[in-house]
Design a protein around this ligand. Sequence first.
Ligand code: SF4
Length: 804
Amino acid sequence: MRRSDWRLLLGQRPDAGQAHALAAVEDWRELAPAAAQLRDVGWGRQLSYSRKVFVPLTQLCRDVCHYCTFAQSPRRLQAAYLQPEEVLEIARRGADAGCKEVLFTLGDKPELRYRAARQALQTLGFDSTLDYLAHVAGRVLRETGLLPHLNPGLLELKDYQKLRQVAPSMGIMLESSATRLCGRGGAHFGSPDKWPARRLACLQAAAEAGVPMTSGILVGIGETRAERIDALLALREVAAAGHVQEIIIQNFRAKPGTVMSGAAEPTMAELCWSIAAARCIFGPDMSIQAPPNLFAGDIRQLIDAGINDWGGISPVTQDHVNPEAPWPHLDQLRAQTEAAGCSLVERLTVYPRYVHERQRWIDPGLHKAVLRCSDSGGLARVGCWSPGALREADAHEASEMLAACVHTPTSSGSAVARALAGQALSEQQITRMFMARGEDLAQILSAADALRADQVGDRVSYVITRNINYTNVCSYKCGFCAFSKGRAHEDLRGKPYLVDRAEIQRRVREAWDRGATEVCMQGGIHPAFTGQTYLDLCTAAKAAAPEIHVHAFSPLEVAHGARTLGIDVAEFLQALRAAGLGSLPGTAAEILDDEVRAQIAPDKLSASQWLEIVGRAHQLGLPTTSTIMFGHVEHYGHWARHLLRLKQQQIETGGFTEFVPLPFVHMEAPMYLRGRARPGPSLRETVLMHAVARLVLAPHFHNIQVSWTKLGTRWAPYCLGAGVNDLGGTLMNESISRAAGASHGQELEPAAMEALIHAAGRVPWQRSTLYQAADPASRARAQQAPPLVEPINAPVAPGALRVA
Ligand code: SF4
C-alpha cells in the first residue's frame, strides 16, 4: 500500500482488510506521516508521562513466561510479599519526589502454585493475593494520597469491582492474540493466564466494572506481523466500550537466564512499524505508548512513528520488570522530547477524559485524591502554588512561568494567529489554548501582551475603592463559599454578622475621605433581606457621600430583590438606579455552564438567568463587570464555553466594563474540605486564563483585570505581561477571599499599586469605576489618608441564622 493510500485513511479507521494490508508496508517511514498526523489531531505536540514509583508486591507468579525475569521462585526471594510498611515507605519516597502514581506489579495468583505464598498470606492475615493487594493499595491511597495503578494479572468482574475502590486504573497486557504461542515451543507455553481469550475476557469484565484500563502488545516474542495486527484489532474491538485508555507497544528484550535469552530482539524499525500500525488502526484518540528505556536508539523515531506517551517514569525506583534498563533522567527525556518539537507533560495514572468523566469511571471514594492531584485539564497538577496562599511557587512552576513570559514570535496558522487577526475562535480551539505549555504557552502570553498594547496601550489602571460586605449570613449553600454563614456553614471561619446602617454610612464616608471614588457593596443573601433592603443600602451610601459611585449587588442579589418585591428584574434595576446604583459587579457567574453549577451551587441562578440579568442591566444603562471563578471541578471546555458566552453577551448588550478572572481559593471552601474540588488552578493556568481571555474577548472587551488578592504581589505583575491592563481596586477591607483562606492582605494602597505597575515597566493610571480618569482630588485625599478605623461587624444571634 502506498503512503498516499494511508493519507486517505485519516479521519476513518481502517477495517480488518485495510489493517492487514499494513503488514506489506516494509518501511515504517511510509506510515509515519499519517501516524504522526493522527497523533497530532488527537494529542497535539504534547507527550505525556506519569511520575510514579514501582512496587513489586510479589515476584512469585503461577505463570512461566519464557522471556520474564520478574517472576522468581520462592527460594530466590527473601520474602514472598513486601510488607505493608515497605510498600508505604516506597510510596512516601515517591510522594516526596513529586510522584502521583504507585504502580503495583505482581505475579498472577502465586498462591495457586506456591505453598510459600499461601503461608505468607496467612501470616499477613489475607486469603488471597488480591485481598492483600486491595488492603495495601487502600493504605497507600489513604496515607500518601498517591494513586494506585494495579497490574495483578487475570481478574474476574467481582475482582475489578472490589479493586476499583482503591485504584482509579488497572492494566493487563494482551501481549499477543496468537494462540500458537501458548503451544509447545511458544513464549507462553505453560502459562495458563496468557491465553488470549482469557485476557480479552478480563478486559471485557473491566469494561463492565467501569475500570479505565491499560493494555498492549509485546513486539517480537515470536509472532508475525499479521498476528500483531490481529492482536491490535482484537484490542480495538474490546476498547469500543471506552474503557481502554492506552495501548502499550513494548519491544521484547532477550534477558540472560530466561528460556528466550538467545532469541532475536525486534529491530528499532520493527518497533516503529508496530507503533505506526497501531496508531493507524486505533486512530487519533487512543493513547499509544512506548517506554523510552527499552532500546538503545534515538527516541525521536518513536515520536515520529506516532506515540503520544512515554508511560510511567520513576525518579525513585527502578523498572523491576526490566531491571537492566534504567529510566532516563526526566531532564534528559524533557530535552529529547523538546528537541523533537514537542513538550513533555505529566499525567496521572488515569487520562484526562476519565478524570473529567469521573462520575462514570472512578469510584467516588477516589475523587478526592484524583481532584487534589489533577489540574483542570485532567493532567497532573504540577507545583505547589495555589491562589491566595502565601506558599511560594516551586522551582519548576516558577521557571515554567518565567520562561513563558519571554516574548516569542507567533507561528502562523495557529489559533493565536487567528485571534490576532480578529477571527473568531471555536470552543475547541480555545480549549486547546488552555492546554498550552512550553513554546505554545510563551506564544499565547506574548500574543496577548501585544494585543493588549494595541487595544489599550501601556497604561495599567486601578481604582480607589472600598469593599463593604454588609452581611455574611446567607441562605444559599454554594460549595465554594467560605464567606457565608447559614445552616450549612456555621462551623466555617468567622462569626455571622450584619452591619447596621450607621456603620455602613461611616465606612462610606471614611472611604471617601481616604480617596475612594467607589464603594463596592455585596453580601450574603440574608433571609430577612428584601428588595427594599438593597434600595435602602444605595440610599444610605449616597446620603453619606453623594459623589461616590455605588458599585453593588450581584445578579443573584438583584434576582432576590426583585422576587421579594414581586416585581420583575428590569423594574427593580430601574428602582436601584434611581436610588443611586451606578453599576453592578458581575460576580455569581462562577462558571456559566449548568453542568458545573449543578455541582458547585445547585440552588443558585442558572447560566442563562445570570446572562439575562446582566443583559437587562446593560440595556437599562447599568454597566457590569464580568468574572469567572475557575479551578475547582470544571475543565477547560467549560472555560472556553464561559468566555464565548460572555463575548456573545457583550456583542448583544455591550455593557461589560471588564473581565476579571477569579482563581478559586480553596483553603476554607466547604467543597474542597469535603474532597469535592481541586486546590484551585495552577500558576500556569491562572496566568494563562488572563492571556486567553484577552485573545478570545477582543475586540469586544478592552479591560482584563488581575485580582491581586488571589495572586499576591509576587505573581499579579506577571499577568500584566499576559494581556492584563487593570489591577482592580485598592479594596480597604477585602473579606471574601480572606474568608476562603487567602492571605494577601486587605488593602493595597495607591502608592503600592503604582510601585507594582512601575516595576513592571508600565504606566499607572487611576481610573473611575467606568474607566474614566479619576478626579485628581481623590488622589490628593488618598495621599493624606488616615489609617482605617477598625470596622464594626455587629454579631448576629444564633437564632437569627435560621433560614426559613
Ligand atoms: Fe451566599 Fe454568595 Fe456565598 Fe453563595 S457565594 S453562599 S450566595 S454569599
